[in-house]
Design a protein around this ligand. Structure first.
Ligand SMILES: [Zn+2]
Length: 482
């Protein structure tokens, strides 16, 4: 090897909002370009207050950019360049998505767009982001949540294509807020502690308040906390409140809560008490719904269905996540409170060899709020997690017991299920046990079987032999295959 050349550099940036961060740059004969060779070739240009053409690429002799102050033209460029990179990394490492369109192409950024321009926007035509400098050209609209928000408009355009008007417009805006704050959480910057607030760094109102708050969207004086007839008729940046609120409740639950030092207090339309499933799962459900089920005309009712489908795909129809999605939509007045009355999944009779570790989940389905689980007559050595219904431990004594698991909901409603649990030591008669998985389909799904959609149901026109669920095979009075 006579000579090697590293074409990818990591420079140091000092942004207005992002603080000191590493940024991707490209070396040239005379210095460096603000162009990132690792993320689809994304680059950042200076519009010098103009609004047409692409601007001029930032270059400099050393690989240290900006000084953290808006007066240095590179500082806002560092924000934008970092925000685009963080958004790229978030989509790639979280969902395996290669860029906005999923085709590996990087978007470009234009900073110092216009004069006193208090906004930022995504443009599908130039496949680029534009950032204004805000009031007096000293408050650049370049925070990482704004970058994530704007670029997510490009993802939405490339996937569901939610029309930017009516309820689909509100869902389009909410998608950008939801995944925008997820980019902020992903970046996790010391200079921009992640939160469920949109635009808290850019001070667009001049009074220090954020642009939008997801825990209670009406804090901004305009946004809708709950669905109502006609909500699609208000500005899409306010009708988005319904879905933003849904996302917060699904992630963190209702009531007062402090996350990363920020205090939230999230109300519910139906006065239900919700516990969250965490923002990572909530975002995975939203992204799956966006990319697999939502279309240009999806409204709030259809968004509920889309996210329930997504939760079923990711976590199962009887899962706590599925139930939580239904409850969170109901808490923002979209759809019925619960898909079903509370019930416990029947796990089937259990046979365990003495000294073998056990891990059995007996989850509740339906019901409102998070239940507390208890179990009677578990084999010695086993215990149930009160919060999750997971039974773990190692049985230490042979024998057979009849176990009853009970879930108690906040309302006082209970559901229970009973099964036998035989612990064998290799001697004596073989214990009787149900060895067929999900024998009565009482989990509400076919697994571990596979079935034609609609075969497993609770239709009472032809009631099940026992319990609520059954698999209805043919019997339509005409030729039919299940
Ligand atoms: Zn937007």
């Amino acid at each position: 090897v006579i000579r090697t050349f590293e074409g990818v550099q990591t420079g140091t940036g000092h942004g207005v909002h992002v603080g000191e961060v590493p940024i991707g740059t490209t070396p040239t004969d005379s210095g460096y370009q603000l162009k990132d060779g690792t993320r689809g070739g994304t680059y950042t240009t200076d519009m010098h207050g103009g609004t047409v053409d692409g601007g001029s690429l930032f270059t400099r002799s050393t690989d240290s950019w900006g000084d953290g102050l808006p007066s240095n033209r590179e500082s806002a460029a560092v924000d934008a360049h970092f925000g685009v990179a963080a958004t790229w990394d978030f989509y790639k490492n979280t969902f395996g998505r290669a860029g906005i369109r999923g085709d590996g192409a990087g978007a470009s950024s234009r900073v110092h767009f216009g004069s006193g321009y208090r906004n930022a926007f995504w443009d599908d035509y130039c496949f680029c982001m534009s950032f204004g400098d805000g009031d007096s050209n000293t408050h650049p609209v370049t925070s990482v949540d704004v970058a994530g928000h704007e670029m997510t408009h490009g993802v939405t355009a490339a996937t569901a294509g939610l029309m930017y008007a009516g309820e689909s417009g509100g869902l389009n805006e909410a998608t950008s807020d939801i995944l925008g704050i997820m980019v902020e959480f992903y970046a996790d910057l010391p200079a921009d502690t992640p939160d469920y607030l949109i635009g808290e760094k850019i001070d667009i109102r001049g009074d220090g308040s954020p642009l939008r708050s997801m825990d209670k969207p009406s804090k901004d004086g305009r946004s809708a906390d709950y669905w109502r007839r006609g909500v699609g008729g208000i500005d899409v940046h306010y009708s988005s409140g319904v879905a933003n609120h849904f996302f917060y409740l699904l992630s963190e639950g209702s009531g007062a809560k402090t996350v990363n030092g920020v205090a939230y207090d999230s109300p519910t339309y139906d006065h239900s008490t919700l516990s969250g499933i965490g923002r990572d799962k909530a975002a995975a459900i939203w992204y799956r719904a966006l990319t697999a089920y939502m279309t240009s005309t999806t409204d709030y009712a259809a968004a509920r269905t889309a996210t329930l489908h997504a939760a079923e795909d990711l976590y199962g129809a009887g899962s706590g996540e599925y139930t939580a999605v239904a409850a969170a939509w109901s808490a923002v007045n979209v759809g019925a409170a619960q898909p079903a009355a509370p019930a416990l999944t029947q796990p089937g009779d259990q046979v365990t060899a003495l000294g073998t570790a056990v891990d059995l989940l007996v989850p509740a389905v339906g019901g409102s709020g998070a239940p507390t689980y208890t179990a009677d007559s578990l084999p010695a050595g086993l215990s149930i997690d009160a919060a999750t219904g997971r039974i773990t431990g190692t049985p230490g004594t042979a024998g057979s017991t009849t176990v009853t698991v009970t879930a108690t909901f906040p309302s006082g409603a209970t559901a229970s299920t009973t099964f036998t649990w035989a612990v064998t030591d290799g001697t004596g008669p073989c214990p009787s046990a149900q060895l067929i998985g999900n024998a009565g389909f009482e989990s509400g799904a076919a697994q571990p079987w596979t079935a034609t959609p609609g075969t497993v149901d609770t239709d009472r026109g032809q009631a099940s032999h026992g319990g609520s669920w059954k698999a209805w095979l043919d019997g339509y009075g005409s030729g039919h295959t299940d």
